[in-house]
Each structure stands twice: as C-alpha cells, then as structure tokens.
Design a protein around this ligand. Structure first.
Ligand SMILES: Cc1ncc(C[n+]2csc(CCOP(=O)(O)OP(=O)(O)O)c2C)c(N)n1
Ligand SMILES: [Mg+2]
Length: 363
C-alpha cells in the first residue's frame, strides 16, 4: 500500500491563558505600540457589547448578538487588513467592523432595525452584516474572484461560525475560491456553540480547519483568545492572498461567553461551571497580563482606557438615539427603479397610515 497524500493542521498560540509567551513572538508583537491598539479595540468592543445588551433590555434596539469572549478574532483579523480590502461580516463581527471604520452609532442603527445602519460612511465597499448562516462565504468568494479578474491587489475576508461550517455554502465557496486562486481569507470563529448545538454535535471532524484540505487550500488553527496568534495568522494569509497565493482558512478557537443573542438563554442548555472556567481563557485579560508583565501597562492606563471606551460608547448611543427614524415608506424606495403598480398602492397605503398615527421611534 502506498500513501496517496498526507495532511496536517498546525495550531498556533503565542500567549497562554496567563499572558505568558509560550514561544518567540512574531516581529510585530515585539513592539507594545503595535499591541496596545489591539488591546484598546478589544476593550471598546466589550464596552459596546455591554451597552448594546442594556439597550436591548430597555427596548432601544432589537435582538443583538454579543461578541463577548471572541473580541480577539475580529480585532486580530481586521488589524491585518488594508483599507482597500473588503470585509464580509456575519452578525457577530462588530469588533472587526469597528476597526474597519464602521461607527458604533451605525451598528446600533442596524441592530435597531434601521437599514441605514448598513450604509456605512466608511468603509463604503465592506458588506452589510449577513444573518443567513454561511451565505456570506459565497459572497466573499465572489468578491475575491472579482479582485482576481480585475487584477487588483485586494483581499476579501469573511467570518463564519463553527455551526456554519456544516453548510454547503461554505464548502462551495472554498472550492470555488481555491480553483480560481481567489484572494480570500475565511475565518471560522469556533466559539463552540451554534445556538444550543455544541461543537461536538456539529461535525465529526477533529478540527474545522481540516475542512480546507478537501478544497485544496491551507487550513490552520489558532488560539482565538490570543490576539497575537490571530493577527499573525491573518497577516500571513492576507499577504499570501495579495501576492497571488490564493485562499486560506483560519479556525480560531474561542468560547462564546455570553448568550447566543439577546433572544437566547444559554443557562437552559449549558453548565454554568464550564462557562466560569472558560473565563480564565478570555482574550482581554490575557493580553493585559502580557502587557503588564513587560511593563507596558498599569492600573492607571487601564482606568483611563476604560473611561475613554465608556465615553466613546455613550457618545455613540446619544448619536444613535438622536437619529430620526426612517419614514414608513422608505422600505419601498430601494427595491425597484420604477415601483410596480401593486407596490405603488401599498406605498400609498403606508403613507396614509404613517400620516395618521405619527410614525415610529427608536424603541
Ligand atoms: C440559513 C440559516 N439557517 C438557520 C439560521 C438560524 N441560526 C441563526 S444563528 C444559528 C447558529 C449559528 O452558529 P455558528 O455558525 O456557530 O455561529 P455563532 O452564532 O456561534 O457565531 C442558526 C442556526 C440562519 N440564521 N440562517
Ligand atoms: Mg458558533
């Protein structure tokens, strides 16, 4: 018997849970000036998450999907992208969106059910949040293919969850991007849960990264709670894609410390002790410990940063609440160049109701 092919999946971590370096750090991480912005971005995301949940509870936004415990994934990846690249996000990727220039007020507008929240002032070519599971991977493959066709040195990056890797869209997109050597980065946020379905009931493979092998692309695993590992893998993948080396799949292993969304109650299906134990691995404390260990962080800096983040979040909430609600007829305005007669009638009826009950408001 001969071996037709052999495969392996690498796993990378630079900082352990206590923020101790387990191996020599990549060059960018040797300068704390490169790490502090990543730390800040993670803290800002967490501050936003806390506030967004409070806004949902008080009826000021609709359902919200928190990124609690998974901040390093979005921050590490978006920090490796260039402005001209394109992000194709799912619903748990505001950490990455904020780094790209999407404002927190826009994000709140989106979660408040207002489509104008997807019309980002910056970055104009990033995609809106995709709620259908896995379909965004196909969109991202298409974007990457377009870059390739046009000869543009740009990269498309998308995120999906562990659950989404069971979807055909994921395999089809990977296969397509691999064949065309499209400049695509696919990042799996393996937070161990797809709502109430645990990772081990989701798929029989020991890693999710190995799913890349069937498509003929590189698949790597990183500690998704180690922002240095995420950023390093993303940087290599983005550089490779830009240089014509084709797609990469990164599986970032993390843990969903919060509920699936504000519409979920995870205490009904998972054990509080396990969640408590997972708090020891979370990414913010890990990087803070490392920065403190090398003398680049102290309680005074921490206090100032938290205040700054809170102020920024509060300003975004105020900006959001001050935005007048969309008109009732706005929902008819962007579907057709010329509205069909039946919808024209509905538009008029909507207009009539709007002018008789005074319209809506946030919450
Ligand atoms: C096509 C489709 N099927 C089902 C759903 C309902 N749904 C919303 S979130 C979710 C679980 C996704 O889990 P995962 O991919 O692990 O992402 P996570 O929410 O953990 O980030 C499902 C099944 C959906 N949004 N779209
Ligand atoms: Mg998941």
């Amino acid at each position: 018997m001969a071996i037709a092919a052999r495969f392996e999946v690498e796993f990378t971590r630079f900082l352990d849970a206590e923020g101790e370096a387990t191996q020599e750090l990549p060059a960018f991480a040797l300068d704390p000036a490169n790490l502090i912005p990543l730390y800040r971005a993670m803290q800002l995301t967490r501050a936003f998450d806390t506030k967004a949940i409070a806004l949902q509870r008080t009826g000021k936004i609709g359902t919200f999907a928190s990124a609690l415990g998974q901040e390093a994934i979005g921050v590490g990846v978006a920090g490796a992208m260039r402005k001209e690249d394109v992000l194709v996000p799912s619903y748990r990727d505001h950490a990455a969106q904020f780094m790209r220039g999407v404002t927190m007020a826009e994000s709140l507008l989106y979660w408040g059910g207002d489509e104008r929240g997807s019309d980002f002032a910056v970055p104009r070519e990033d995609f809106p949040i995709c709620v259908p599971i896995g379909t965004q991977v196909c969109h991202a493959a298409g974007v990457a293919y377009a870059f390739r066709l046009r000869g543009e040195a740009r990269v498309a990056a998308c995120f999906l969850g562990d659950g989404a890797t069971s979807k055909g869209d994921f395999y089809e997109a990977m296969n397509f991007a691999a064949v065309w050597r499209a400049p695509l980065l696919i990042v799996i946020n393996n937070n161990q849960w797809a709502i109430s379905v645990p990772r081990e009931h989701q798929t029989a493979t020991p890693t999710l990264a190995q799913k890349a092998i069937a498509a003929g692309i590189e698949g790597v695993q990183v500690d998704g709670n180690d922002v240095i590992a995420v950023h390093d893998a993303a940087r290599k993948a983005v550089e490779k894609a830009r240089a014509g080396g084709g797609p990469t799949l990164i599986e970032a292993i993390s843990y969903r410390l919060g509920d699936h969304t504000t519409a979920d109650d995870a205490t009904r299906y998972r054990d509080a002790d396990t969640v408590q134990q997972q708090w020891a691995n979370e990414p913010i404390r890990r990087l803070r410990n490392y920065l403190a260990r090398i003398g680049a962080w102290d309680p005074g800096k921490e206090e100032r940063l938290l205040k700054e983040c809170a102020d920024q979040v509060n300003a975004a909430v105020e900006a959001y609440l001050a935005i007048p609600p969309p008109t009732t007829v706005a929902m008819f305005d962007h579907l057709y160049a010329t509205l069909p007669a039946a919808l024209q009638d509905q538009r008029e009826a909507a207009q009539w109701f709007a002018s008789h009950d005074g319209g809506g408001s946030h919450g």
